[in-house]
Design a binder for this molecule. Structure first.
Ligand code: MN
Length: 279
């Protein structure tokens, strides 16, 4: 199994290497990621200047690693179009330092990189964990690796694009793995203005709304200690997608926690990603 790993926090980010360390146990991993922080780069691709690539020393021994002077989407396009010969079985983007929930996905470089994989015919996972959450990063890495193993054992008939978010909760206190839909209007966007002595400056400031999201949403799930898995973009009928996700997630939490009898819950809520929006 060959897995492309990328991210938007840059090729040196801890989250990426926590993920690679786990994935490398079950697959051949190639890392192609931006050479610097590219969070909130969204779906941007570089069309008006050339792209440069550097092969860099990997943090995990033996993993072919490239740093791209470009965006997360550039990284995936270069990886699939040139750097990686042969079939890529899965694209995993992350682990992002910070959750990507609701409206976040429209500006998220993490989700956009995974989207490029999906648009090029690969199953894709965008994986994010709550900031400064050591357990969250480890749990997210193990979960992504278990899902990769399941994809490998029985490739889904149609490609899946899943947005995974892990709360800052110890493994023993994770409530369940919940298939969710995206929350809407999950942020309040404000502009802060100031003057540096010469010119005015402006900061765009985003704050999470709280308390207003329904139980079926990704925001509600992580706020209540659950792992959220949101299917994005699919051409599958609801019933088929539901069966596929149920199959994919069956027993996942038990496997993750190593304890039998934990509550297992997967419910499908239709995603809103393909609503007509400009981003
Ligand atoms: Mn990021």
């Amino acid at each position: 199994m060959k897995i492309l790993v990328t991210n938007d926090d840059g090729v040196s980010a801890d989250g990426l290497w926590i993920l690679v360390r786990e994935l490398a146990n079950i697959a051949e991993v190639v890392v192609v990621a931006p050479d610097r922080e590219q969070s909130a780069a969204g779906t941007a691709v570089t069309l008006w200047e050339p792209l440069r690539i550097r092969k860099v020393h990997p943090v995990v021994h033996g993993v072919e690693t490239y740093a791209v002077e470009g965006t997360p989407s550039d990284s995936v396009l270069l990886a699939l179009g040139s750097l990686i010969k042969g079939k890529v079985d899965l694209v995993v983007s992350g682990i992002n330092w910070g959750l990507n929930l609701g409206d976040d996905i429209y500006i998220s470089g993490t989700v956009s990189a995974a989207l490029q994989g999906y648009l090029h015919g690969c199953p894709a996972l965008a994986v994010s964990a709550e900031r400064d959450s050591e357990p969250g990063f480890q749990i997210a890495a193990r979960l992504a690796t278990m899902l990769a193993g399941r994809f490998n054992a029985s490739p889904p008939a149609d490609n899946l694009f899943l947005n995974i978010n892990v709360p800052n909760v110890p493994l023993a206190r994770i409530g369940r793995i919940q298939v969710t839909r995206l929350a809407s209007e999950s942020h309040i966007n404000t502009v802060t203005e100031g003057n540096d002595g010469k010119r005015n400056y402006y900061w765009l400031v985003r704050q999470r709304r709280d308390g207003s999201q329904g139980r079926k949403t990704d925001v509600w799930a992580v706020d209540h200690g659950h792992i959220s898995i949101t299917p994005l973009f699919t051409s599958l009928p609801t019933r088929t997608l539901s069966a596929l996700l149920n199959n994919l997630c069956s027993g996942l939490l038990e496997e993750l926690t190593g304890s039998a009898g934990r509550e297992y819950h997967v419910a499908l809520y239709w995603c809103r990603y393909h609503r007509n929006r400009s981003y």
